[in-house]
Design a protein around this ligand. Sequence first.
Ligand code: GLN
Length: 237
Amino acid sequence: MKPIKLVHLYPERMSIYGDYGNIIALQQRMDWRGIKNSVVNIEVGSKIPHDTDLIFIGGGQDRGQVIVADDLASKAEQIKQFVESGGPLLAVCGGYQLLGEYFISNDYGQLNGIGLFNVVSKATNQRMIGNIVVQSDRFGKLIGFENHSGATEYVGRAQPLGKVIKGFGNNPHDKLEGITYKNAIGTYLHGSFLPKNPKVCDWLIGKAIAKSGQSIKLKPLGDSLEKRARNSSLGRP
Ligand code: GLN
């Protein structure tokens, strides 16, 4: 069996508010099932391997986004082809913003995105911080933590990840959160996102296995601890 290859984009600069936990969750839920896997960390100047099975980019301060934006743009075509061919991708917060058309920072001006997602983002003078709950048609209730100044709007056709039940989401007014496009997900949910939402984690693992050209059935995991943690988070005021 070919190990499932995860690519983590810019872990040094784009992995704040626990976002590395998403990689840990992906690996751990494959390890528990005996599915071999590996992680390739891609920093500025490194190349994304051609046999990548899943791409992850976390969130970052505006400064970190400035540092990676040009390099990310140089990888735009490869990332877009990966997603267009069904490759699974997760982008959180600052990573989500940079996979849209652009992010306008208060301190650094406009950072061009790669245009994978039909969104534009602009820093506001309000930080949107706190626990967040989103109702997703595909995944049910999603829980996480958000901390961003950027407000995101859809441009053209876009499928939100879900409706905001509690918190801000994309911006303070439209009560929508994130975006899905093919097997790519953009979201403001830190937390880490995947440990708190195992259904999404397993969905991404399934897509990564398919991308690798293998067919492995994902046996269900007990998830008793995950369920208790979710219920506790959902019960928070
Ligand atoms: N710097 C961006 C903002 O403040 C993204 C922050 C983040 O990734 N948490 O909106």
